[in-house]
Design a protein around this ligand. Structure first.
Ligand code: CO
Length: 334
């Protein structure tokens, strides 16, 4: 059966010396220390080890073949978002990364679909790059962070961006980054284990309660990691709306139930009962295979959780590719 993996990350093999170019630090650099591995450095400080499957399309395709994945949706690694930088510099970084992803997709159009990144701290520049990348580069959609510096995803400043995304008919992939409370979590990889799921729930709740799905009903948004902490705490979120509308329903009077089934999540939950929960909460046509390839916290055998589930062939076709296709392209005729 066809399989599309909507959550995979890629990086160019070589990055420009952005700190030198822009005159200040904070940017990522790669130090290739063997033929097939590199250290990801931020201001010379070790951040993460990468293997060549993070930049080499051929290495990725070989692993995709092993796991029967026909198509990977490529997005940048959130540490490259650069929302914290000066907007014009983040714009420069975005164009470089989008040109790279578009080049990989052009070379292997049967194996990859590209998502771009945008200088979201300046919505006007983000819209300009979104227009360029979707019209001239063939980029299908855009990855954005779970918040943009001090803005949550309901910020009024982002309205023009959502409107443009609707008009351009591109999909959005919301990925956690810059995890809340990380300074209080120095041990046990907690920013990744506790902060990331909270970030994704923050993003979903902000978009629901901020009325984003109401104002922009044609937006196609997918959230990483099965929606993070949102599905597991949805009972609490909904109860909170019911008992304290004075606090929760201040921007959107509609019950959050109305928005379940209006957005997508990936399948990256590592737990069969939680996959069932996603399907019952969001609908089978709103859950799409996503692995976080090629990182260790991802599904190491992409697609295995869905494969091992009790869903029938028709249901698996949604999880494996049909939900992804509708997110990427919309429903024909709608
Ligand atoms: Co990821």
């Amino acid at each position: 059966m066809k399989k599309i993996d909507i959550h995979t990350h890629i990086i160019p093999e070589h990055l420009p010396a952005w700190a030198e170019k822009f005159g200040y630090g904070g940017f990522v650099n790669l130090e290739h220390h063997t033929n097939c591995s590199a250290k990801m450095l931020i201001d010379g400080k070790f951040f993460r080890e990468l293997q060549n499957n993070c930049w080499d399309p051929k290495a990725r395709i070989a692993e995709c073949d092993q796991h029967q994945i026909q198509l990977q949706v490529l997005s940048t690694i959130p540490v490259l978002f650069s929302y914290w930088a000066q907007a014009k510099d983040a714009w420069d970084v975005s164009r470089f990364l989008n040109d790279h992803i578009a080049g990989v997709v052009r070379e292997y159009p049967d194996r990859f679909i590209g998502l771009g990144t945008l200088p979201m701290q300046d919505p006007q520049l983000a819209i300009r790059e979104m227009e360029r990348a979707s019209s001239t580069l063939g980029i299908a959609g855009f990855e954005i962070g779970s918040h943009i510096n001090d803005w949550n995803l309901d910020a009024k400043e982002l309205d023009e961006f959502y409107e443009a995304a609707e008009d351009l008919d591109v999909c959005l992939f919301v990925h956690p980054w810059d995890m809340m409370g990380k300074e209080k979590m120095p041990k046990y990889w907690l920013p990744w284990l506790v902060g990331m799921p909270a970030e994704t729930s923050l993003a979903i709740c902000s978009m629901i309660f901020g009325g984003i799905f109401e104002k922009f009903p044609k937006l196609r948004v997918a959230f990483a990691h099965g929606g993070g902490a949102f599905p597991g705490s949805y009972g609490r979120i909904k109860h909170g709306f019911e008992v304290r509308p004075d606090l929760v329903a201040v921007d959107n009077p509609n019950h959050p139930d109305q928005y379940l089934g209006k957005f997508w999540v990936d399948s990256l939950v590592h737990d069969i009962d939680m996959l069932d929960k996603l399907v019952s909460l969001f609908g089978i046509d709103k859950v799409a295979l996503g692995s976080d390839y090629p990182f260790p916290l991802g599904e190491l055998n992409p697609g295995k959780l869905i494969e091992s589930s009790g869903y029938d062939a028709d249901e698996k076709s949604w999880l494996n590719y049909r939900s992804a296709e509708e997110w990427l392209m919309g429903r024909m005729g709608d």
